[in-house]
Design a protein around this ligand. Structure first.
Ligand SMILES: [Zn+2]
Length: 440
């Protein structure tokens, strides 16, 4: 690539400082808005930002002398998965997490972050897990991986979705105190401290559990969790530090309580009534439906605890109906997979994230809407912490990918990792034909 870079004379380098690289494409899919035929993108390798994205015919004269470094069939923003977990656990029974050495978890997850980037995902929002601890290694260039915007631990009440109900409570507290990315909080004071604890660990978003869940043992996905004042206290505390709150919420009561308290993203949102949908629109909240984990969970009962599978049989149906109704009503959506296991046999493996686009279209989005949900809408799930990312636009992070086929015509392309031919992250080419993602 180096020989294709052009350093502009200082007099011409007005809008960026340093090297510029031009990538041409038959089709430029900007993330938000209509695609442009015969497009081009220019980025600065020094700042890692896009300096121009649009049609070749409108390319500013100051970039006209740039050689075309490469031409690809399709360019689009790097993908965003707004709901993943990096736990490094291979077993579907999450209670095994308390026996898992953090170093082993990290070793497994090193593969997972690389697989995520390899699939074209340049950013993930990690809503519970070790992600906050990996950021440094990835940013240092030690391991290839996406930008991780982590929550630290998901905050749960005792006996809530984020508790491991079969583990003695004392052992839970012990493991949490020794780095297990779980968090149990009760009462207003406990809730406030839990938020501060995640911020201290490096959270960029706060995740709470306002209902029970599928993978947790004894609770019902429909049961509301946390009191009104606990949720309000967590939102207030997060807001003071410019952080958005995401809520794991299946049941209607917990969804509505979260929204009323100021939670901005609803994760799963399986029992959305008309009232809940209206409230989501009124509050400008975002739905992250997480279809991949549910559909693949149903297909692979052998990989789930029996009780969880039984819950999923019901929840998946409700989730699909809710997602369809929300899309129809115009609720803003972002894509998230809920991938979280480190086992090929589990069929829930990091790197298959792109399947979520197909599920979004199946639920009623147009391919372009699904692309917007999986790119441009991603940063919005971080509220005030959102980076300029997810769109091919001047000033945005030079996180973008090349595809060998048009995803607007065939959304399934985004689930085919070999068709994601190139990945650039922060203006650095991370993957190209003949140059696989590598730690060396
Ligand atoms: Zn999750």
């Amino acid at each position: 690539m180096t020989k294709n870079r052009v350093t502009l004379p200082a007099a011409q380098a007005t809008s960026f400082d340093g090297d510029a690289v031009r990538v041409d494409t038959d089709l430029l899919v900007p993330g938000r808005g209509e695609p442009t035929k015969d497009g081009t993108l220019v980025y600065s390798t020094k700042t890692g930002k896009i300096v121009y994205a649009g049609s070749q015919s409108s390319l500013p004269a100051m970039y006209a002398t740039l050689a075309i470094s490469i031409k690809v069939p399709v360019l689009m923003p790097g993908l965003w998965d707004c709901h993943v977990h990096f736990f490094g656990e291979a077993d579907g029974n999450l209670e095994r997490l308390v026996q898992l050495a953090p170093a082993l978890a990290g070793m497994r997850a090193a593969r997972d972050v690389a697989a995520t980037l390899n699939a074209g995902y340049t950013s993930v929002r990690e809503v519970g897990g070790y992600g906050v601890d990996f950021v440094k290694a990835i940013d240092e260039g030690w391991m290839p991986g996406p930008h991780i915007y982590g929550a630290g631990a998901a905050i749960s009440q005792t006996a809530g979705h984020g508790d491991l109900h079969g583990i003695p409570l004392e052992m839970m507290h012990h493991q949490i105190n020794h780095g297990l990315p779980f968090c149990l909080a009760d009462g207003v004071e406990g809730a406030i401290k839990a938020v501060r604890t995640q911020i201290r660990r490096g959270a960029k978003v706060i995740k709470i559990c306002s209902t029970g869940g599928v993978m947790s043992k004894i609770d019902s996905p429909q049961a509301a969790q946390f009191t009104k004042s606990e949720i309000e206290a967590m939102v207030e505390e997060a807001t003071r530090t410019n952080m958005l709150v995401a809520a794991h919420a299946h049941g209607t009561e917990g969804i509505i309580a979260a929204l009323k308290a100021g939670v901005k993203t609803i994760e799963h949102g399986s029992y959305l009534t008309k009232e809940a949908i209206d409230l989501m629109i009124e509050k400008d909240a975002i739905l992250v439906a997480t279809r991949l984990i549910q559909v693949n969970g149903l297909r692979n009962p052998q990989n789930m605890p029996e009780g969880s599978y039984k819950k999923l049989l019901v929840v998946e149906q409700e989730n699909k109906k809710s997602y369809e109704a929300a899309i129809k009503a115009g609720v803003k959506c972002a894509l998230g997979t809920d991938l979280g296991l480190s086992s090929v046999a589990s069929h829930f493996i990091h790197g298959m994230n792109g399947e979520e686009f197909g599920f979004a279209v199946e639920a009623g989005m147009s391919p372009l809407q699904a692309i917007e949900a999986g790119t441009a809408n991603g940063p919005d799930t971080l509220g005030p912490q959102a980076p300029l990312s997810g769109q091919l636009k001047e000033g945005y992070d030079a996180d973008f990918i090349a595809l060998s086929e048009d995803p607007v015509k065939n959304i399934g392309v985004l689930a085919e990792v070999e068709k994601v031919t190139h990945v650039w992250k922060g203006g650095k080419l991370m993957k190209a034909p003949g140059k696989p993602l590598s730690i060396f």
